[in-house]
Structure formats: structure tokens, C-alpha cells
Design a protein around this ligand. Structure first.
Ligand code: NAG
Ligand code: NAG
Length: 316
């Protein structure tokens, strides 16, 4: 990939200038690996002495974009210019860069610095000393603390899957699951692990599966781990259905309570209305009650019927 670019560039120069042009005029280290937070040197050298019109340019293309889309980072034409976002973070290894070394150093590499860097040397008085080199910078990041999760219901006979994912890590971490040292032995082939995705499938659960499972995410730079506890319950689907039925039953009870409350409340309200009507109509409530549809609720009458009669009788 890098070579094919260089060959292409050298062909263009040969076609354009008809000169024997060696792509080794600009030499780069085409793959650079740097740990996040450390410094990284992007090495670029050229084989001629800078003369009138000499320029050096560094360009950068983020991962997923092509080299053609690379944007300027630095430009030198006797004066040195840095693009704002890079200034202070990157330095020339040799300043001024006119003695064959065009290398730059990123002082504290961030994961977002990963991508393609182009070192472009133009030396008009000696075109054979011009050219460009491509550098692929990979920023290495140790795995972040992974997240362990369980999906499925841990009833006897069920299958469940444990998952483990680190949100960061370059190169991509590999995952390995382990059980406690004193864990009960399991039937053969009952655990299926995928080290690439971090999943661990537990099939046909039994009490022996209970315990703590630990996932270790690791790459060249380090490792991080998470654990999850698995409890196996008996009952399987019956217990689940039982749980749902119990829930439904409780819900029905609640509804019944609400209906009963509303029923009583309305009844009391109607009684009160009835009494008021009796007062207005000047009726003996004892007589009136006989013709009334609803029976009075016991306990409602903190007024004794005789008192009520006596209360109304003077009016008759
Ligand atoms: C840069 O290097 C990384 C790691 O080796 C690789 O995955 C990636 O494809 C390379 N990118 C280019 C543009 O060559
Ligand atoms: C599941 O495990 C039980 C014992 O725990 C065994 O009797 C049964 O055959 C197993 N079922 C399958 C499908 O492997």
C-alpha cells in the first residue's frame, strides 16, 4: 500500500520530468507505533541539500480518509508555519529542516493522532531530491476496563450468554473468560467462548454453573478485567409463569380494592344526599327509608334512628 503509493509518485515524477528519479530521495519509516501519552517521532529524511525554493510540508489524513484528502499540518519555506491545532504539540526534530532531516515529533500522542502522515519535500534546484513519503501512525491504547453483562434468565436448563467489551484498546483486545479456581466442574462443551467478541455462552444451566466469572481483556499494552456473578435458580419456565400469574393476581386484588372503595364511597355519598333531601322535603326518615331502594350500611348510623325521628318530628 505504502510502497505502491511511493512507486506511483516516483512514476509521476519520471513521466513529468523525464529524469531518473529515485523514490528513495525521501525516506520515511512507513509504519510507526506509539503508545498513547508517549512521544512519537515521524521519521523523514531526504538526500539533497536544500537550496533556493526549498519547501517542506507535512500533511495529515485521519483514518478512513484518503491521502489525497490530507490536510496541511506544517509548512516551511524559510519561515516555519504550523496549523493552529498542531502548534505546540508537534516539533521539528531539526530546525530549520534544511540539512536532510524533515522529521517531526509528536510530544504526547493522543488516540486521535492516529492516521496517515505525508512528508512532502520540494527542492526545485535538484528535483531528484524532491518527493514524498507516507507514514502510517498507529496509536496503541491499553484496553479500558471492560463491561461484563449477562443476557438471558439463569434458570436450570436454560442457555445464557455472558458478554465482555472494552470500549477502548488498540490493537483490538482479545477476551478470555475464567471461573474461580475452586469452581465445580461442568459438563464438557457446556461453555462456548469467543475470544474476539468477548462472549461466553453457558448451555443447559445447572447448579454447578453458579459462581463468579471473570473476563480479561488484553492486548500488547496491557490488560483489564471485569467479573460477574451467576446465580442459578430452579423452576425454569414454571417459575417465570408463576411469577407472572402472581403479579396478575396482585393486580386483580388492587383493582378489586379500588372498585370496593368507590362503591362504598358513592353509597355513603348517596345516603348523605338522601338525608339532605329528607330535611328539605320534611319527611320522616324512618318512613322514607322503607320506600328507599338501598339498605343503609351498618356503622354509618352514628345517629340513632330514634334521634333522627325526634329531630324531624317537631316539623311534622
Ligand atoms: C495503518 O496501520 C494499521 C495497523 O497496522 C492498519 O490497520 C491500517 O490499515 C494501516 N492504514 C493504512 C492506510 O495503511
Ligand atoms: C441438561 O442437563 C441435564 C442434567 O443437568 C441432562 O439430564 C440433560 O440431558 C441435559 N440436556 C441437554 C439438552 O443437554
Amino acid at each position: 500500500m505504502v510502497h505502491s503509493h511511493a512507486v506511483l509518485v516516483s512514476w509521476i515524477f519520471i513521466l513529468c520530468f523525464g529524469e531518473a528519479w529515485s523514490w528513495e530521495a525521501v525516506v520515511v519509516k512507513s509504519s510507526v507505533f506509539a503508545r498513547s501519552g508517549s512521544s512519537a517521532e515521524l521519521s523523514c529524511s531526504y538526500s539533497t541539500h536544500a537550496s533556493q525554493g526549498f519547501t517542506l510540508e507535512w500533511r495529515y489524513a485521519a483514518p478512513g480518509t484518503s491521502a489525497i484528502q490530507a490536510e496541511r499540518v506544517m509548512y516551511y519555506n524559510g519561515h516555519l508555519y504550523w496549523v493552529n491545532s498542531w502548534e505546540g504539540r508537534v516539533a521539528l526534530v531539526q530546525n530549520p529542516p534544511v540539512s536532510g532531516v524533515a522529521s517531526v515529533k509528536i510530544l504526547s500522542v493522543q488516540p486521535s493522532d492516529a492516521g496517515l502522515y505525508i512528508c512532502d519535500v520540494t527542492n526545485p534546484n535538484d528535483w531528484s531530491g524532491s518527493g514524498q513519503g507516507l507514514i502510517n501512525l498507529t496509536v496503541l491504547v491499553p484496553p479500558s476496563v471492560p463491561v461484563c453483562q449477562l443476557s438471558g434468565s439463569t434458570y436450570v436448563g436454560n442457555d445464557v450468554t455472558l458478554t465482555c467489551v472494552s470500549s477502548q484498546g488498540v490493537p483490538t483486545p482479545i477476551y478470555s473468560w475464567s471461573r474461580e479456581k475452586d469452581a465445580a466442574p461442568l459438563p464438557p462443551h457446556s461453555m462456548v467462548e469467543d475470544q474476539r467478541t468477548g462472549s461466553l455462552m453457558l448451555t443447559n444451566l445447572s447448579a454447578a454453573f453458579a459462581g463468579t466469572y471473570t473476563c480479561r481483556a488484553s492486548n500488547d499494552l496491557g490488560e483489564a478485567a471485569c467479573s460477574i456473578s451467576v446465580k442459578v435458580a430452579h423452576g425454569g419456565t414454571a417459575a417465570v409463569v408463576g411469577g407472572v400469574l402472581m403479579g396478575t393476581f396482585l393486580f386483580a386484588l388492587l383493582i378489586a380494592a379500588v372498585v370496593a372503595y368507590l362503591f362504598c364511597y358513592r353509597k355513603r355519598a348517596r345516603q348523605r344526599t338522601d338525608k339532605n333531601e329528607m330535611r328539605r322535603m320534611n319527611v320522616d326518615p324512618a318512613e322514607w327509608r322503607k320506600s328507599s331502594k338501598g339498605p343503609l350500611l351498618s356503622g354509618d348510623s352514628n345517629e340513632h334512628p330514634s334521634l333522627r325521628v325526634s329531630h324531624f318530628s317537631p316539623l311534622v
